[in-house]
Design a binder for this molecule. Sequence first.
Ligand SMILES: *Cc1c(COP(=O)(O)O)cnc(C)c1O
Length: 392
Amino acid sequence: MSDYSCYNFQTKLLHHKHKTDPITGAVSVPMHLSSTFHQEDLDHFGKYDYSRSANPTREALEEQISNLEGGCRGFAFSSGMAAISTAFLLLSQGDHVVISEDVYGGTFRMVTEVLTRLGITHTFVDMTDLDAVEKAIRTNTKAFYIETPSNPLLKVTDIQAVSELAKEQGALTFVDNTFLTPALQQPLSLGADVVLHSATKFLAGHSDLVAGLAAVKDEELADRLYFLQNSFGAVLGVQDAWLLMRGLKTLYVRLRHSSEAAGKLADYLNHHPLVKKVHYPGLKEHSGYQLQRQQAEGPGAVFSFELESEQLVRPFTSHLQIPVLAVSLGAVESILSYPAKMSHAAMPEHERRKRGITNTLFRFSAGLEDPEDLIADFEFALAQSTIQALAK
Ligand SMILES: *Cc1c(COP(=O)(O)O)cnc(C)c1O
């Protein structure tokens, strides 16, 4: 068998152990739509017995994410939240988590409203401030949970520095790598223990499925996470596993195009008089610009921006033609979202305000459109919204 590990990332997306089916030569992974597996006899059980425990199609995907993240084992879940929630089950009653203050709204909800009931406490910190991270550590801190760049303000956390603090403490480091994917950032190589994904976003990439992935680099931790995946049971279905593997093949080209488009549009908006601020780690004035260059291969395809006034918000959204106005990100079509009412709706208003998630803030995820068309669309919508706001 060939050694696929020597390939660069882009090639690894296509050429891996499962690129052809050994029995038929089929060039896509077979969809094994089977919940159970026949056993030869009572004394000789095969590798597979029941699809919650293992399914060959899902397993191909799990091996692929592990490959791409540089791990030893991967896991596929029914959603990003299922992956994140299952990873949190590595903790026990009495444990404490130090967590990025501007995490995804669903993660915020899980930590504040579910884990607390199970006796797992937390402290939200600005993870970009290592002194604050250190101050948040308690004797029972067992995990550090990082989202970088963060959602929706794109703050950049030093994965290596936080992982080192975690190791001194004997705690695990979890990184939600949804925004960048292993094409741009590989947290396991920076010292993280568990990398998590909403594969619904860039990894699948086509707004047509909901899925979660995890990868780890330590065998013992892999055994523990496998036990939890099988016990909790929030596994990814076979058809979605197949569709996700298809999406993955184009991850590199999609992300390269979308990042370039995001860069152009962010730059355009950064100079627009109706835009108060653009948050994008690809802009030189962004506080995380240098760190992002050190720890990742690029700034990614997502940025957020604030309009000058709340009066502009509604006319702007109604005049924009190209992006879909929706929750989610990381798709072939550009997506504009309004965090205060979408991704962070699960967060109480005072918590949102503390985190800078104002009512003038938008998040934009660049798709595969021509960036010139996107810029023209934004130009038109901003011009129209000034006219409407002035007319009031
Ligand atoms: C969407 C998202 C999640 C949750 O994933 P689902 O697939 O929607 O369950 C978690 N983290 C980030 C950063 C996300 O964008």
